[in-house]
Design a protein around this ligand. Structure first.
Ligand code: UD1
Length: 430
């Protein structure tokens, strides 16, 4: 099994091209099931999760072709992928496919809206909490679906004539349930109003793409989304927005190691709250024409408290990385996790590098140390794994991160991007 070997201590200097957002690409790919026409997505990152979803969509009957010609963006690459689901050949998403990635559960929305039925295995994904599906079930039930759970599968059936527009307010903000409800409502009869919707940029990106396909959605990016149902959707061409989590991760890496890096092809508006926290820690961050420039030259890393929250709050997907940064701050900071109840598994691994962190309920207290020292560590989930990589970059000596398949789910060509900026990072096979 592969491991990542890091020799820490080098500052990062250069250009890092930011990939298309994994968390936008996945729902956009799933939206292709809503039409028998071709949906073309540009700027799709090359990641294990994307490949897995390609397999899942293929199982439902999608014909998928990846452009042989790769699009050049400075030194980074992205792919253009065409998805055509002329007919849905299977409305079941089996356990073997869905259990590896939670987002694959989201096919339930388009399958139900287009075919009137779906049978989807209960999901898997990162072990960062119980992550139930009650909100999906409530919202789809509000759209008129009949739902049963049987043998580990959610079986959903639409009424004769299709789903029916509704007013539904989520009791809790959920990105996935917002995506699914929005997709399902595009083909429902009448108007659907979603209250307490997720406002994440990826929800806005999905709405833009669905509208390009002929949907009538307004309000995405606010807590209230209105969808006027249409009888069918067509194909479209859409460019996946930049990955704000990858952006924030590399910004934190520079804040930690020092240096001067241009994060190319990304946009500060996607992650203002996180960038503000990094600025307060002592890095300079400026927007340029081609992206975001992050600079830290000497000076202490200042302690900063953060609380994760749904967008526009501090993203839970940057919590582990920020904890890595705070581990080397000059004082005491607190990080509170409000989205997932079990998202502190990186704490004991960061401790192996010398971090001083104690947990009390959902809050971590981090006492900054002057030096971290390299050690063997284990990746526990997608975002936790990258926090270990960036902490390793700022640690003295060698860090070996095992279980790197977590990283491959969400970070495109991580070693290459970091190496080009002067880091010593390599993949070693055993
Ligand atoms: C998405 C992101 C993930 C990010 C998360 C929160 C993708 C592919 N994944 O995950 O990277 O960490 O948003 O920003 O976009 N919940 C329920 N019942 C439900 C659904 C969710 O209680 O039916 C809870 C979850 O357990 C969690 C909270 O709601 O505590 C938020 O989860 P949600 O926004 O749904 O996360 P995902 O969409 O799975």
């Amino acid at each position: 099994m592969d491991r990542i070997r890091i020799v820490g201590g080098n500052a990062l200097n250069g250009i890092i091209p930011i990939s298309g957002a994994k968390n936008a690409a996945l729902p956009l790919m799933i939206a292709s099931l809503l039409t028998d026409d071709t949906l073309t997505l540009e700027n799709v990152p090359h990641l294990a999760d994307v490949e897995q979803l390609i397999r899942i969509l293929g199982n439902h009957g999608a014909d998928i072709s990846v452009n042989g010609r790769r699009e050049r963006q400075s030194e980074g690459y992205s792919r253009t992928i065409h998805f055509t689901s002329r007919t849905i050949v299977d409305t079941t998403a089996p356990y073997e496919l869905v259990s590896r990635m939670r987002a694959s559960f989201w096919v339930i929305g388009p399958l139900l809206a287009r075919e009137g039925r779906a049978r989807v295995s209960l999901p898997g994904g990162c072990a960062i909490g119980t992550r139930p599906v009650d909100l999906f079930i409530e919202a789809l039930t509000a759209l008129g679906a009949k739902i049963e759970i049987d043998g580990g599968y959610v079986e959903a059936t639409a009424p004769k004539g299709g789903l029916i527009g509704t007013h539904y307010t989520f009791p809790k903000v959920s990105v996935g349930a917002t995506h699914v409800t929005m997709m399902a409502a595009t083909l429902a009869r009448g108007v659907t109003v979603i209250g307490n919707a997720a406002q994440e940029p990826e929800v806005q990106d999905l709405a833009r793409c669905l509208n390009a396909m002929g949907a009538k959605i307004s309000g995405a990016g606010t807590p209230t989304i209105t969808i006027e149902g249409v009888s069918q959707l067509s194909g479209a061409r859409h460019r996946v927005l930049p990955d704000r989590i990858e952006t924030g991760t590399y910004a934190m890496a520079v804040a930690m190691t020092g240096g001067d890096v241009l994060l190319e092809g990304t946009d500060a508006a996607l992650l203002e709250t996180a960038l503000e926290a990094i600025r307060r820690s002592g890095a300079e961050i400026t927007s340029t024409e081609s992206g975001i420039r992050v600079v830290r030259n000497g000076g202490d890393i200042k302690p900063v408290d953060v609380v994760t929250d749904p967008f526009p709050g501090f993203p839970t997907d940057l919590q582990a990385q920020f904890m890595g940064l705070m581990a080397k701050s000059s004082g005491v900071s607190h990080i509170t996790e409000t989205i997932f109840e079990n998202r502190f598994m990186h704490v004991q691994e960061l401790a192996r590098l010398g971090a001083k962190i104690s947990l009390s309920g959902q809050t971590a207290k981090i006492e900054g140390v002057e030096r971290l020292r390299g050690a063997p560590v284990m990746a526990t989930d997608l975002r936790a794994s990258v926090s270990l990589v960036i902490a390793g970059l700022a640690a003295e000596g060698e860090t070996l991160v095992s279980r790197v398949y977590h990283l491959d789910r969400g970070f495109e060509r991580l070693e290459e991007k970091l190496t080009r900026c002067g880091a010593i990072v390599e993949r070693v096979s055993e």
